[in-house]
Design a protein around this ligand. Sequence first.
Ligand code: ASP
Length: 310
Amino acid sequence: MATQSYSLIIHGGAGALEDLKYEASESEFRESVLEILAAGRERLESGVAALDVVEYCVNLLEDNPLYNAGRGSVLNENGEVEMDAALMNGEDLKAGAVTCVKRIKNPISLARQVLEQGDHVMLAAEGALEFAKFCQAELRNDEYFITNARIKQLKEAKAAGRMMLDHEKVKPSQKLGTVGAACMDSSGNLAAATSTGGLVNKRWGRVGDTPVVGAGVFADNETCAVSATGYGEQFLRTVFAKTVSDYVQFKGLDAPGAAIAGVDYLVRKVNGAGGVIVVDRHGKCAAAQSTSGLIHGWIELGSEAICKLG
Ligand code: ASP
């Protein structure tokens, strides 16, 4: 039974705006963000739980080849798609994650199955694929995921000498198009979800921040729900999403304060490049970034949907 208002915020990645527009116009991003927010609103108004809503919104982002998650994921150094995803429920701190997965149409829904199954928090690579078959998750061939834009992007990265094995040399201006959602449902429960193809030309087998609870995703009903995007190694080293939550818990900040404090910390400690979306336990929405662009949109406490690309 719905008792209060709801909030929802989604993102489609951080980076330099010109890189974000790699394969599409601003209006295409704007339209898709507003469509997904409208679909999320419909569910929230009918009392659907935050965890289901973030999974659903991320499914829609994964299905859209504009974004670096699911279909349209960037390619690793071998020209392959390897995806990471995780989600977390703020009510009981249950979490599910998958890493280095191939062929999974919706990695976030496989992460949800891991959460529901309950024995483990994260499954990787072949083991995750076995589990996906067991759960009868939807699988697709490589052609489904790999777009011409991604092949071109990988060629450019390699031509620019960015096929090196050392990730520290990957330029932060490279497109960082991970997707995510954070939500407070009408019962006051929080949840967050993040899904990605990772970094262009990443080393085979590399695990970023996205599937790591406390780095790329975090939710706790006592504080906030967080989804991050950016250069994953920096988010891992700063335990980024949990750090944002800690700013709420121990410094008494709200979502806008914690988002800014988190990004300040990221920049100060590791010169980090990326962004974050946050919903706090009172339903306040916020985003902050150290890159020039962050594709995102939100509905705060049931109000009008707003989309921002910068
Ligand atoms: N955080 C992701 C990763 O490092 C990339 C992104 O956010 O676009 O895998």
